[in-house]
Design a binder for this molecule. Structure first.
Ligand code: ATP
Length: 698
C-alpha cells in the first residue's frame, strides 16, 4: 500500500475541494436517501413444519390473527423467498452499493429479525455458501485490484470489528477494550475512539483477522436458538480512494443485529433478560430512526442508542442503506413474523378473503362455491392448503364453509395456545431463577424482588389467558369434529355437546337477542351501560353498530316490533360490522400505544403523566406492544387497571353484567385476549350455543 491512513478529520467526502465527484455529492446532499427494506424468508427448518408466510414478487402475506377472514399484505423493495440464495441477495441488493463506497460515500447493510430467523446465516453464511460479509469483502477487493489481480495503489482499506453488547462498544479485534466511547469530529464524522483499525490488502488478510475475532462475539443459547447472537456485531471497512490528487473516504458497515426478542418465548432470565432489554431498546430506536428517515422527518433520534449513534453518518443523508429483514416461515413463529413485518413496513394492506366466520355458520349451499382467488394448492401455506383440500373433498356435493373456517380458527387457537404455553414456561423459569437469587441473598440486597413480583403477577394473567384459550380450543375442536362428520348433502350439524343438534345460528341469534331485549326492557339505564362496557376503550366512541341497529333502535318498541326489526341477516351484518369496527379500534389503540409520544399518551383516559411515561419507557425497553395484554407487564399496571383502561369504565361495572352471561363474556374476552376480535367472535358464538340456557335442541 502506497498511502498512509489520513486523519479522521479528512474523512469527509463532501469537502468542496474534492473535484467533480465531490461537487456531485454536494448536490446530492440535499436529497435524503431512504433505507431500502428487503425481506428474506428462510426455509423451514423441518420438513413437516407448517408455514404461515406466502411471498409473491415484492409482497409478503400472512393471515390476520385478529380476523381470520383477512390476510395481511406487506410490500417491500424486494422479497426473497425460501429458495433464494446468498448470491441472489448479494447480486441484486448489495453489490450495487459497493461502487458508492469506492466513490467516497457511506454504506450500511444490516440484517434485522427475530432470533433464529437467519440474520447470521445471511450476513456470515457458511463455508460452502458465504454470506454478505465475505462476499462484500471479496468483491470489494476484486474491484480495487488491477485487471492483472494486483492491488491498486489508488485505494486503501482498513478493517475494524466491534460489537455493541448491553449498550457498550467492545473491540472484537482487541477484546480487552470493552466500553469504548463513540465520538463525533468537527466534520460530523462518527468514530469509536480507540478502536483497532487494521490495514488489509486482500480477502485473505481480512479472513485471517475476521475468523478469530468472530470467536470473541457474545453468543449464548436461548430456547429458540442454540447460538443466539446477544450483541449487534459490526464490521467496519473504510475505503480511501485517491483521485485527481484528492482523497475520498467511504465507509461500509456490515451489521448482524441481535435478534429482536419476545422474552416470553425465549425463556430468558437473569443476564439474558438484561441483555434482551438492551437489544430490544436499541432495535426499537433503530426502527424509529429508519421510520424518521423514510418519512423525511427533520429530527432523527440517532442519539437515543449506541447503535444508531454509531450509524449516524451511515444511515440517512447521502448514505446508502439496506435493511435485510429476516423472517421465519413456520407457523410457530407467527407472532414474531407478524411483529417483524410490522416493524419493517409501516404500511400494510388488509385483504378480506370473504370467508365466512364461525359465527356465520349456515347450512351448506346447493353448489360448491367458487374460490375467490384461483390459486394453486400451495397458496398461502397450509391454511389455504387445508382449505383447498377440504373443498376438494366435498366438491362432489357442497362446500361447507364452516369446516374450512373452523379449521383456521382451531389452528389459530393452537398457535395462540402454544405461544402462551411458551410464555408461561418462560415466566416460570424467570420466577424460579429470581426466587433462587432471593434465597441466596439477604432480602435488602436482592434488587430483583420487584421484578419477581411483576413476573408472578404477569404469570397469573398469562395462566388465565391460557385457560381461556384451552376452553376455546376444546369448543372449536368439538365444532370441527361435528363438521367433519357432516356427510355431503345433509343439513349442517353443529355439536356443542356430543351428539347434540343445534339449529342454524340465525335462529339462535334471534332467540338470544330476543331474550336480551326482554331483559333490557326492564331497565333502559342498564342498556346504556352495556354500550359503554362493550366499547373496548374510552378512546373510542361506544360502538356500536350492533346496538344502533339491533338493541338500541328496538329497545323502546314492543316485543313484536322488535322481532320484525331484528332480522337474522341484519344481526349477522351488524355483528360483522361490530367485529370489524372493534378490530379497527383495537388496532388504532395499539398504534397509539406504540407510536405516541408521552404527551399524547397522557391524554388517554385515566393515563396521567406518570403512567404515560411508564408506557413510553416500557415501549423503549421492550419494543412495541404486540397486544393489550402487554400493558399488564408494566410495573404498577394491575389487571384491574388495564381492564378499566381498555373498557373506559370502572371495573365494578363488570359485576352487574355478569347477570347477562353473553355480555359478560364479550367484555371478558376483550380484556383477556388483548383485543383479539377473533376470540371475541368465538366467545359470542360459542356462548350462544352453550350459554343462556339454550340447549342444543332449542
Ligand atoms: N437461508 C437459510 N438457508 C438455510 N438455513 C438457514 C437459512 N437461514 C437460517 N438458516 C438456519 O436457521 C438457523 C438460525 O439461523 P441464524 O443463527 O442465522 O439466526 P439468527 O437470526 O442469526 O438468530 P439470533 O438472532 O438468535 O442470532 C441456523 O441453523 C441457520 O443455519
Amino acid at each position: 500500500m502506497a498511502f498512509k491512513p489520513t486523519s479522521k478529520a479528512a474523512r469527509q467526502p463532501q469537502s468542496s475541494d474534492h473535484g467533480e465527484s465531490a461537487k456531485n455529492l454536494l448536490a446530492d446532499k440535499k436529497q435524503t436517501s431512504k433505507v431500502k427494506v428487503i425481506v428474506r424468508v428462510r426455509p423451514p427448518l423441518t420438513e413437516d413444519a407448517k408455514v404461515c408466510v406466502e411471498t409473491s414478487d415484492s409482497k409478503v402475506e400472512i393471515f390476520n390473527h385478529r380476523n381470520i377472514k383477512e390476510t395481511l399484505q406487506y410490500e417491500f423493495s424486494s422479497v426473497f423467498d425460501k429458495t433464494s440464495t446468498q448470491q441472489d441477495i448479494f447480486s441484486t441488493s448489495i453489490r450495487p452499493l459497493l461502487e458508492h463506497a469506492i466513490n467516497g460515500e457511506n454504506v450500511s447493510i444490516f440484517a434485522y429479525g427475530p432470533t433464529g430467523a437467519g440474520k447470521t446465516y445471511t450476513m456470515l453464511g457458511t463455508e460452502k455458501d458465504p454470506g454478505m460479509i465475505p462476499r462484500v469483502v471479496r468483491t470489494l477487493f476484486q474491484s480495487l485490484h488491477t485487471p492483472q489481480g494486483k492491488p491498486c495503489e489508488k485505494h486503501m482499506v482498513t478493517f475494524s470489528f466491534l460489537e455493541i453488547y448491553n449498550e457498550k462498544v467492545q473491540d472484537l479485534l482487541n477484546p480487552k477494550e470493552t466500553d469504548l466511547p463513540i465520538r463525533e469530529d468537527s466534520s460530523h464524522n462518527i468514530f469509536v475512539a480507540g478502536l483497532t483499525e487494521k490495514l488489509i490488502g486482500s480477502y485473505r488478510e481480512f479472513s485471517l483477522l475476521f475468523g478469530p475475532a468472530s470467536n470473541n462475539r457474545t453468543v449464548a443459547a436461548t430456547k429458540l436458538n442454540d447460538h443466539s447472537s446477544r450483541s449487534h456485531s459490526i464490521v467496519q471497512l473504510k475505503v480511501d480512494t485517491w483521485k485527481d490528487n484528492k482523497v475520498f473516504h467511504g465507509k461500509i458497515y456490515l451489521i448482524d443485529l441481535a435478534g429482536s426478542e419476545d422474552n416470553r418465548r425465549t425463556g430468558n432470565s437473569g443476564v439474558r433478560l438484561k441483555e434482551s432489554g438492551a437489544i430490544n431498546k436499541s432495535l426499537f430506536v433503530l426502527g424509529e430512526v429508519v421510520d424518521a428517515i423514510n418519512n423525511g422527518l427533520t429530527r432523527i433520534p440517532y442519539r437515543n442508542s449506541k447503535l444508531t449513534r454509531l450509524l449516524q453518518d451511515s444511515v440517512g443523508g447521502t448514505c446508502h442503506s439496506v435493511m435485510i429483514t429476516n423472517i421465519s416461515p413456520e407457523e410457530s413463529f407467527y407472532f414474531d413474523t407478524y411483529c417483524t413485518l410490522n416493524f419493517a413496513s409501516k404500511s400494510r394492506r388488509v385483504i378480506n378473503n370473504n370467508l365466512p366466520s364461525i359465527s356465520d355458520v349456515q347450512p351448506p349451499s346447493e353448489k360448491p362455491r367458487a374460490l375467490k382467488r384461483s390459486k394453486s394448492a400451495s397458496d398461502f401455506g397450509p391454511v389455504r392448503n387445508k382449505q383447498v383440500k377440504l373443498i376438494t373433498s366435498t366438491s362432489h356435493s357442497s362446500l361447507n364453509p364452516s369446516v374450512t373456517d373452523t379449521v383456521s380458527s382451531l389452528r389459530l387457537a393452537k398457535g395462540q395456545h402454544e405461544h402462551l404455553e411458551g410464555t408461561t414456561r418462560g415466566h416460570k423459569q424467570q420466577a424460579e431463577s429470581l426466587l433462587l437469587q432471593r434465597h441466596s441473598q439477604p432480602a435488602h440486597e436482592c434488587q430483583e424482588l420487584t421484578a419477581l413480583k411483576d413476573l408472578q403477577h404477569e404469570l397469573r394473567a398469562v395462566k388465565s389467558q391460557l385457560q381461556q384459550l384451552q376452553q376455546q380450543q376444546l369448543l372449536v375442536r368439538q365444532h370441527e369434529t361435528s363438521n367433519a362428520s357432516t356427510t355431503p348433502g345433509q343439513p349442517h350439524k353443529m355439536h356443542c355437546k356430543p351428539v347434540a343438534r343445534v339449529p342454524p345460528i340465525d335462529k339462535i341469534i334471534l332467540k338470544d337477542l330476543t331474550n336480551t331485549l326482554s331483559l333490557e326492557e326492564t331497565t333502559s339505564h342498564e342498556e346504556r351501560k352495556t354500550e359503554s362496557t362493550l366499547s373496548c376503550s374510552v378512546l373510542f366512541s361506544p360502538s356500536p353498530v350492533l346496538f344502533k341497529k339491533g338493541f338500541k333502535s328496538t329497545a323502546s318498541a314492543s316485543s313484536r316490533q322488535r322481532q320484525d326489526c331484528v332480522t337474522p341477516s341484519k344481526i349477522r351484518k351488524s355483528l360483522g360490522e361490530f367485529q370489524h369496527q372493534q378490530q379497527k379500534q383495537n388496532e388504532e389503540f395499539l398504534e397509539i400505544l406504540n407510536t405516541a409520544p408521552v404527551k399524547r399518551l397522557q391524554e388517554l383516559h385515566t393515563v396521567g403523566t406518570k403512567r404515560a411515561r411508564l408506557i413510553f419507557e416500557w415501549r423503549l425497553k421492550n419494543g412495541p406492544f404486540t397486544s393489550f395484554g402487554d400493558l399488564s407487564m408494566i410495573p404498577g399496571f394491575t389487571d384491574r387497571y388495564v381492564q378499566s383502561l381498555l373498557q373506559g369504565t370502572a371495573s365494578d361495572d363488570r359485576s352487574k353484567w355478569s347477570e347477562k352471561p353473553h355480555q359478560f363474556q364479550m367484555t371478558g374476552a376483550m380484556s383477556q385476549t388483548s383485543g383479539c376480535s377473533w376470540t371475541l367472535a368465538v366467545h359470542i358464538s360459542m356462548n350462544w350455543l352453550c350459554g343462556q340456557g339454550l340447549t342444543p335442541e332449542n
